[in-house]
Design a protein around this ligand. Structure first.
Ligand code: ZN
Ligand code: ZN
Length: 179
């Protein structure tokens, strides 16, 4: 359903409204996140005379990520507007020229091969583009205790706090002031 034969796009354009399936989005073996249920792709495809394909629409999905501090899973919402141009893939050299040319027009350009546009591949790329650099279940996540390994979001573990050099300096200043 997400694999589009470019020659089959009618002159008036093609509307796509598809639920996201991990298999179609090529996420087999992907370990850094899991696609939750309920995601969707809604877009319109228009084919130009020169076989370019203009994709416009919206991508919505829920990804399950792992918190980098406490290692617990959490949900991350993807809500991405799409406005992309696809060109038929030809030689490598031509591709470079196209890219330079189109950069002037500030378009987002990608390529399709073998007369087929794989929207699943596009979605996969969009997921990677929207993933946050730092994956935290919440900004204030307390993470795991470096001493006993307990999740400090759930309960304080009772270990003495790890020495923070900034606090040691502060402590010395305070000691100096009181004596
Ligand atoms: Zn966390
Ligand atoms: Zn601890």
């Amino acid at each position: 359903m997400l694999l589009i034969e470019v020659s089959q796009i009618p002159p008036e354009g093609l509307d796509v409204d598809a639920p996201l399936d991990p298999g179609e989005v090529h996420l087999e073996g992907e370990e850094s996140f899991v696609l939750g249920s309920g995601g969707s792709l809604r877009c319109n495809l228009e084919r130009g005379d020169d076989r370019t394909v203009h994709v416009r629409g919206a991508l919505a999905a829920r990804l399950r990520l792992q918190c980098g501090r406490c290692l617990e899973p959490f949900d991350f919402q993807v809500a991405q507007d799409l406005d992309l141009f696809y060109l038929p893939h030809r030689g490598e050299q031509e591709e470079e020229e196209d890219e330079v040319e189109l950069k002037d027009h500030e378009m987002v350009v990608a390529y399709y091969r073998d007369e087929r546009l794989d929207l699943g591949e596009m979605i996969r790329e969009q997921f990677f583009l929207s993933l946050p650099m730092t994956r935290l279940c919440r900004d204030a996540c307390l993470g795991l205790c470096p001493t006993c390994g307990a999740n400090r979001n759930l309960a304080p573990c009772g270990c003495p706090p790890a020495a923070d050099p900034r606090l040691l300096v502060l402590g010395k200043l305070l000691d100096g002031g009181s004596s």
